[in-house]
Design a binder for this molecule. Sequence first.
Ligand code: F0G
Length: 460
Amino acid sequence: MKNDYAAEPYRIKAVEPIKKTTRDKRETLLENAGYNPFALKSEDVYIDLLTDSGTGAMSDRQWGALMQGDEAYAGSKSFFRLEGVVQHITQYKYFIPTHQGRGAEQVALPYFVKKEGMAFISNMHFDTTRAHVELTGARAIDCVIEECFDTSTYHPFKGNFDLKKLRRIIEERGAENIAGIITTITNNSSGGQPVSLENQMAVRNIADEYNIPLIIDGARHAENAYFIKQREKGYEDESVLNITRKQLALGDIFLMSAKKDGLVNMGGVIAIKDDEALYEYCRTRIVPLEGFPTYGGMSGRDMEAMAVGLEEALDEEYLRHRIDQVRYLGDRLRKAGVPIQYPTGGHAVFVDCKAIAPHIPYHQFPAQSVVNALYLETGVRAVEIGSFLLGRDPDTKENLQSPLEFMRLTIPRRTYTYKHLDVVAEGVVKVYQNRDKLRGLTFTYEPPVLRHFTAKLKPL
Ligand code: F0G
């Protein structure tokens, strides 16, 4: 383990106080929240590692840019500025803004579903992507390499597609039944794990061979590009911008939640390489779903901030510190024996709760139990990425068993310090030391879709 974690490449111009609560208070707060931290008020959270989505800090340049927002309904100056930046980075022809990533998904994904019985194949679908795939009537199939499920063994690109399996699924289902291949960079659900450029290129070749469209879910494309620069032979001396362009050159359409590597609190991207019919489809559909194509769910000022943020996210000093913070937290936990997805990924440390609480079966949500214990211990809010989130089989309605049961400690961008991460690490280690006391959970209320956001639970 290297101890050379980069210091902050910024100084702090505005601060937002956060407050501690007592353990007694947290017991009541968590019970009232139905043992689901999504229902907690953020003011009752000391360090909030629920997500890195829209929770980062904007730079002084971004705050300055806000004043230049042009709020015209049609043809806003801010749209054209943002379009220029998106085209500069993606080198794609067409751009439409959306209110966030799932806005892009709902507008674009139905285009690819031409008939009944189709499926999308992804290294791993993020949960909203899966939901939008299923809303089109298609099925979502994950196809990540086996190494990803072995949390303790190092692999530089645990987000990679299993290429043999990809081919096998296409052959078995028939290429005409595959709506699209979705490359998720980084692969959020397996631990913010990167996908190598070599693997992305091989996926493109397979897509070409079978004439299947390739969709890039690039919420964290800059973090993925940084890992390629760090870990993949031949890219050490390339700029992150160039690597990102090489990644995106492999896609037909780029969907992005700008709340991550767009460094904004709200926003999304649909960028289309050159398919005019696809562009016309999205441009027509965006109007009733999101808004007129030159704002698509964003205010002019937010488009200005995003134009700056998309470029700042490719700054290599920024990325080094960002990835080092995540690695720092991971190293601290590993040193104390806490099992995590190793190596750590781009945006979060994923704690392996199957290993921590083997006595809790998947349908009693072991990782949710660890998340709750951590909140009680230190007031840190993490999130479950496991069987609770995965939900039920759309056909049989049975609880699905996630191959991995994670507690995700998600680090917001430019927001917390290494000292905050020490507090988190100490809390997780305490929970780990008392792991025998962890108990499973059962539903008192379960909504039909995306249940983890609003479900209520109670300990068994
Ligand atoms: N794709 C990926 C890979 C994501 O991680 C997310 C969101 C989305 C799409 C959807 O974007 O939230 O802007 O609508 N991930 C967040 C998370 C919510 O916490 O990981 P959105």
